[in-house]
Design a protein around this ligand. Structure first.
Ligand SMILES: [Ca+2]
Ligand SMILES: [Ca+2]
Ligand SMILES: [Ca+2]
Length: 346
């Protein structure tokens, strides 16, 4: 008897381990007399179908009139779960951003109304309940803790149950970078603030884009905060692009990126902070090369011609290499000095 008890305990322990879904949210459906607990959520092993490993099992057919029942169904939404499920987990994880379409159906036993209750919907998850007829006769969004009463469960015997997950927290990198031409050594500041675009790229060929962000580089701190909404944790190259500078890649091998955290990267401390040491020392700061007015990745005669054609212009132009809002021989001279330089990529 004792051995049997231990065996059962182990079996229960193992099966609860098996069903450790990453996101597992209960709701209760009750007709006031009888009730069921239904569960939904996400797991990397989850599919739209029946996932036995996640404790999903097809229910028997809906019982006859007079017997309470509630379940997730795939009817009408193209989800292949047969007669339906008490547990309906889908593919995803604790960092998923996305929408999952479920449908619930229910019938009263001896009760006359249906109450749906929830008490542990996690932050950044919401559920929209809608009637399946037109979608606005019942249309309510629930989060956190609460309940919803359906007074006419014969008229509304099924509801669309749309779950929105916003679990991927934004990540940010404070990037310090100096545009050579804008940098005023005497005052240790930039002549102007300017927008910088940053791309995260894979560290192996073909170095695909992972995410991008845009921010303004402060003229005193030389830093901008770049928010990334999509990139998962990994190792990436940080690639900067600015108005008239060479595209510049971060150091060889890439940079560790931790999703949901605040990180820092400094291009100004040494040449090797850029791939191929593609930075220029100005005073004590390593700067990105200025002069690529047409942003083709190389500084050459074409850029110089663009500057010459705008000599005497005032305003905000990519040909204004030093950022003083005026185009003259000084702008041209920076481009000439950097002639022949090009972006260096893995
Ligand atoms: Ca499933
Ligand atoms: Ca160019
Ligand atoms: Ca200028």
């Amino acid at each position: 008897m004792k051995i049997f008890f231990i065996l059962v305990t182990i079996l229960i322990y193992n099966s609860s381990n098996l069903s450790a879904q990453q996101i597992n949210i209960p709701i209760k459906i009750s007709d006031g007399i009888d009730s069921d607990t239904l569960r939904f959520g996400l797991d990397p092993a989850g599919t739209d179908g029946i996932d036995a490993s996640l404790n999903e099992a097809e229910l028997p057919p809906v019982p006859p009139t007079g017997i309470f029942d509630s379940r997730f169904t795939g009817e009408g939404i193209g989800i292949p779960v047969g007669e339906g499920l008490l547990n309906d987990y889908r593919f995803g994880s604790s960092i998923t951003n996305g929408v999952k379409n479920h449908r619930i159906k229910y019938k009263t036993g001896t009760g006359t109304t249906i109450r749906i209750s929830w008490w542990s919907i996690p932050p950044r998850v919401s559920v929209r309940l809608q009637d399946v007829i037109v979608g606005f006769l019942i249309d309510t969004i629930f989060t956190g803790t609460g309940s919803y009463l359906i007074t006419n469960p014969l008229g509304f015997s099924a509801l669309n149950f749309t779950v929105t997950y916003n679990l991927l927290l934004p990540s940010s990198i404070n990037i310090k970078t100096i545009v050579e031409g804008f940098y005023n050594q005497n005052h240790n500041r930039l002549n102007m603030k300017d927008t910088c675009k940053v791309y995260l790229r894979q560290i192996s060929s073909p170095y695909s884009f992972v995410d991008s962000s845009k921010s303004v580089i402060d003229s005193v701190s030389f830093t901008g905060s770049f928010i990334f909404q999509n990139a998962p944790t990994g190792t990436y190259y940080i690639v900067t692009k600015q108005r008239n500078c060479l595209e510049t890649w971060s150091k060889t091998g890439g940079v560790t990126f931790t999703q949901g955290s605040i990180m820092n990267y400094d291009f100004t401390t040494s040449a090797s902070q850029a791939f191929g040491n593609n930075l220029k020392l100005k005073g004590t700061k390593y700067c990105v090369y200025s002069g690529d007015c047409n942003q083709d990745g190389v500084i050459n005669d074409i850029d110089r011609t663009l500057i010459v054609n705008k000599l005497g212009f005032s305003g905000f132009y990519p040909e204004d290499i030093d950022g003083n809002r005026f185009i003259n021989a000084l702008d041209r001279s920076v481009s000439v000095l950097n002639s022949g330089k090009s972006k260096i990529t893995p």
